[in-house]
Design a protein around this ligand. Sequence first.
Ligand code: HPA
Length: 274
Amino acid sequence: MTFSYKQYQQSSAYIREKIGSFIPKVAMVLGSGLGFLGDMVQDAVAISYNEIPHFKASTAPGHKGQLVFGTLEGQPVAVMQGRMHHYEGYSYDEVSYGVRVLRLLGCDTLVVTNAAGCARREWMAGDLMLITDQIKLFSPSPLRGENLCQFGPRFPDASHLYTPRLQQVARDVAAEQGTLLREGVYFYCYGPQYETPAEVRAAQLLGGDAVGMSTAPEVVVAAHCGMEVLGFTLLSNMAAGLQEHPLSEEEVLEAAASARDKFSELVLGCLSRL
Ligand code: HPA
């Protein structure tokens, strides 16, 4: 499905009525385990995805499916509590729909978090990773189809999808907080099955450090419409082939719960400095 510019406008107009003159600056798409940051937003106005025209509901476990507007660490934010994934059956336009709507509402920065498998043998499950780049070679672009030039050009540059300046903010904050922050490339996989060990080896050979099923489409769309992007991965497990036992969703959610404090401290620390 391809959306028209008018549809994005209709969604943003609906939200505008609910939030009045509030202008969000930072859009946040929070993955497994960090959705609770949406509950910390002050003077919050929450709007369920279900009620926004053209928005789709998120069905993934641990994802609430609402937009929360308000202030977090002094920043005017729009938190997407729950993201849509391609593996749920959504097209890439649907997955990234909210980012463009938030752009229309005023956001100029996107903060994304996710949980992913660790493809680096020398790192550990539970480590945090600053995303410096991504690989999304084997799936169509969310920008496929008619280009909506109101958002950006037909052939956008992708040299710096993750904004170097914001990466430096994250390094500084992590150093101040004494948090180990790995840096690496997020390798996007369709899912929902976890990767095979051979696929993880392929990802390693191609330069991937983490393997995951989200984030990359939204980031392409955000960069296309001129947003700055900051992304973090919780390496919730060693990727397939790098650990003995089979991967499970429970393991991912448990890792997300254990990392919750240091992960949220890092993200909140960055937020005040964006
Ligand atoms: N692979 C893909 N996605 C994931 C993983 C993984 O190992 N862990 C959490 N999300």
